[in-house]
Design a protein around this ligand. Structure first.
Ligand code: P6P
Length: 329
C-alpha cells in the first residue's frame, strides 16, 4: 500500500477539487498542530490561559494555538464560506455564502486536559455545504455532512477520514510528513467486550445506563454471560479510534447533572463527525432515543447525549432507553 498518499486517495475519490483543497488544508493544519503539541514544553505552550471559552471551560494555550492554525491555513480555501469552532462563540463568515460553498465545523484540540500529562489528544472536523446563495445558516443535521474526520496525536499522528461510504486511516510518515494510507476500509467490529464511560458519574446516571454498565460489570455470572473490559482516556478521538480498531462502545450520556446543558459533548463538531465515521464503518451512533445525525441543531454549540460504537451494543442501549421511556408514559 506504499505511496497511497492522502492527495492520491482524494484525487481517486473523484471529489470536487475545491473539497480536495480544503481537506488538504485541514491535513496541513493537523500536521502543524501535531508539531506544536509535541514541542509544547519547549515553547512554553503547556498550561492554561485565564480565558473561559463559550463552553465554560478554561482554554489551554494549545487550544487557542490549534484554533488559530485551522483559521490561518483553512481560511484561504477557495470555496470555504464559514468556520464553526468549539473555541469561538460566533460563526466566522469568510465570504458571502454561495450555494455549494463549504462549511467547516471543528474542535481544534479535543481532550486538551490530557496535554499537561502527555496523553493523547486530537482534532475533529466535518464539512457541510451552504444550501442556497446568501444562506447564512450553519445549523444543518449531521446527515448533510459530506465528509468527516479526525487527527489523533498519539504515538503516531493519524488522520482518519470518510468522504463517502468508506473510512480510511492515514499515518503521518516521520520525515516526509506525508499522510500515507495505512488503514484502508476501517470497520467497527460488530461485537465487543469493551465499554468506555466516565464511571465517576455513576450517581448521576439514568436507569438505562446503570442497567447496561451493571450488566457489563456483572460479567460471566450476569445476564450478559461474558466479561467486559472498561477504558476511559478523557479524549473522545482516542476512544473512537480504539473502537474503530478493536470495537467497543463509547458513552457520554445525559445525566441528572448535565441534562440542563443537554449533555457534555457538542453536536456540530464532536458528535456529528464521529457519528458519520462510526456509521460509515458499520457501527451505530445514538443519543439513546434518536440517531445523532438526525438531530436538527438549535445552535452551533449545542450539546447532546452520545452513545456510539459496535452496532449490537448501541442497539441494546437504545432498547433499554426505549423501554424506560415507554414505562414512564
Ligand atoms: P470527562 C474532552 O474534554 C471531551 O470533550 C472528550 O474528548 C472526552 O471524551 C470527554 O470530554 C471527557 O470528559 O468528563 O471525563 O472529563
Amino acid at each position: 500500500m506504499a505511496d497511497m498518499t492522502l492527495r492520491r486517495y482524494l484525487t481517486q475519490s473523484a471529489l470536487d477539487p475545491n473539497l480536495i483543497f480544503l481537506l488538504e488544508d485541514i491535513a496541513s493544519s493537523c500536521r502543524v498542530i501535531a508539531n506544536t503539541v509535541r514541542n509544547g514544553a519547549f515553547e512554553g505552550n503547556l498550561g492554561s490561559t485565564n480565558v473561559t471559552n463559550i463552553q465554560g471551560e478554561t482554554q489551554k494555550t494549545l487550544d487557542i494555538l490549534a484554533n488559530d492554525e485551522f483559521e490561518r491555513i483553512c481560511s484561504n480555501s477557495p470555496r470555504l464560506a464559514a468556520l464553526v469552532s468549539e473555541e469561538v462563540e460566533e460563526v466566522t463568515w469568510l465570504k458571502e455564502p454561495e450555494a455549494g460553498d463549504y462549511l467547516l465545523y471543528f474542535d481544534p484540540l479535543d481532550g486538551s486536559s490530557n496535554l499537561d500529562v502527555n496523553l493523547s489528544v486530537g482534532s475533529i472536523f466535518a464539512v457541510m455545504q451552504v444550501q442556497s446563495d446568501g444562506d447564512r445558516n450553519v445549523l444543518h443535521s449531521g446527515r448533510n455532512q459530506i465528509c468527516a474526520g479526525y487527527a489523533l496525536y498519539g504515538p503516531s499522528t493519524m488522520l482518519v477520514l470518510t468522504v463517502g461510504d468508506e473510512v480510511a486511516g492515514f499515518t503521518c510518515q516521520h520525515g516526509t510528513a506525508d499522510f500515507q494510507l495505512t488503514h484502508p476500509d476501517m470497520t467497527v467490529p460488530a461485537e465487543t467486550a469493551e465499554f468506555a464511560i466516565n464511571t465517576s458519574r455513576y450517581r448521576y446516571w439514568d436507569t438505562p445506563i446503570r442497567r447496561y454498565v451493571d450488566e457489563c460489570v456483572a460479567g460471566e455470572d450476569g445476564v450478559r454471560q461474558s466479561s467486559f473490559n472498561m477504558r476511559w482516556t478523557a479524549s473522545m478521538v482516542a476512544e473512537i479510534h480504539r473502537i474503530l480498531i478493536r470495537g467497543g462502545v463509547f458513552l457520554y450520556p445525559a445525566d441528572s447533572n448535565n441534562r440542563k446543558a443537554g449533555g457534555k459533548l457538542r453536536l456540530m463538531y464532536e458528535a456529528n463527525p464521529m457519528a458519520m465515521i462510526i456509521e460509515n464503518a458499520g457501527g451505530a451512533a445514538s443519543t439513546g432515543l434518536a440517531s445523532i445525525m438526525d438531530i436538527q441543531p438549535t445552535g452551533p454549540h449545542q450539546r447532546v447525549p452520545v452513545i456510539l460504537g459496535s452496532r449490537s451494543e448501541v442497539e441494546r442501549l437504545v432498547t433499554y432507553h426505549m423501554s424506560e421511556s415507554s414505562a414512564e408514559q
